[in-house]
Design a protein around this ligand. Structure first.
Ligand SMILES: Cc1cc2nc3c(=O)[nH]c(=O)nc-3n(C[C@H](O)[C@H](O)[C@H](O)COP(=O)(O)OP(=O)(O)OC[C@H]3O[C@@H](n4cnc5c(N)ncnc54)[C@H](O)[C@@H]3O)c2cc1C
Length: 281
């Protein structure tokens, strides 16, 4: 994109109106870090949404609500009971990028290496989108296709609602990269709901080594009703091969991607079980 003009509307409705008037000649600007990856040189007017009061994290009933323009570094620093979003944020790129990159920017146009969609799918988060009124989408609906398609006619993501994990919930995430700031070779996130040592439900998601972030239903099915122990986790992780076509990325072969995914799923599940037991004590 080639930014030719810059608007800073004073309200959400003004931003929406600006975007509707501009049509394909306008684009929402949050942290602006993704421009680097958008190679086409179409001239556009940027509509800056970073001063609309959408940068916050607060408890909201059974959720934590994160405003769309909240920088990743704020999410990384936030601490509260049953909060786990900081874990993946500290693994995204560098401090400098995290200071400007926003949660909205990360999930409104999903790049293959995006880490937050993976975690939000596992956590069963809800996305709030403003047009004439606010609509809420489950993570499964929202990430069913490239979300950028949702934001063509002036719609704006306003917040993300992350369910507060309960005492019997466990969360684990794993991001494998060659260096601290490198793109992910595979990212896995897992949420287990336990009844004692038995797994009541499981949400496992993957990204980077597959074409688009998604859940792994065969892995999930291999966990439900079983004991939360390493042998079960190991057996479940081998089902990842049935779930998705693992692809070559970051210089690795599809076979290596699949191997890395299986090892990472096992690791994420062990972490989730430890997290749940820690909560229960
Ligand atoms: C060198 C580098 C390495 C990176 N590595 C990683 C990594 O390993 N893992 C990872 O997850 N991320 C990584 N990122 C960040 C990621 O690639 C994106 O650049 C970033 O998440 C975009 O956030 P932003 O706030 O800068 O969005 P912007 O660049 O401002 O916007 C991105 C897109 O989303 C749209 N948009 C933004 N906010 C909204 C909204 N509220 N409603 C509707 N549409 C909106 C914009 O119009 C645009 O199309 C990296 C970035 C860089 C520069």
């Amino acid at each position: 994109m080639k930014l030719c003009e810059f608007l800073r509307p004073a309200s959400l409705s003004a931003a929406r109106d600006n975007l509707r008037e501009l049509g394909t000649k306008g684009m929402i600007l949050a942290g602006g870090t993704a421009l680097h990856f958008m190679q086409d040189h179409t001239p556009v007017t940027a509509v800056d949404i970073t001063r609309l009061g959408l940068s916050y994290i607060r408890p909201d009933g059974n959720f934590y609500r994160i405003g769309a323009t909240t920088p990743l570094s704020d999410i990384q620093r936030y601490r509260a009971p049953r909060w786990a979003m900081h874990e993946i944020c500290r693994r995204i790129s560098t401090h400098q990028i995290r200071n400007v990159s926003t949660i909205g920017g990360n999930i409104c146009r999903v790049f293959p290496w995006a880490d937050l969609p993976v975690v939000l799918l596992a956590m069963n988060a809800r996305m709030v989108v403003y047009s004439d009124h606010e609509n809420e989408y489950s993570a499964d609906e929202y990430f069913a296709t490239q979300p950028a398609k949702r934001f063509l006619d002036g719609n704006i993501l306003t917040s993300v609602k992350v369910p507060a994990l309960q005492a019997h919930h466990g969360f684990g995430s794993v991001k494998v990269s060659r260096t601290t700031a490198a793109f992910s070779m595979v990212t896995i996130a897992a949420v287990l709901e336990l009844d004692g040592s038995i797994i009541q439900s499981a949400r496992i998601a993957a990204g980077s080594a597959i074409p688009f972030p998604r859940r792994l239903p065969n892995v999930e099915a291999a966990l439900v009703g079983k004991e939360a122990v390493s042998e079960v986790f190991k057996e479940a992780s081998t089902k990842a091969a049935r779930d998705v076509p693992w692809r070559s990325c970051e210089g690795q072969s599809p076979e290596y991607s699949q191997h890395l995914a299986e090892v990472s799923i096992l690791d994420a599940l062990e972490r989730a079980a430890t997290f749940a037991h820690g909560r229960a004590e």
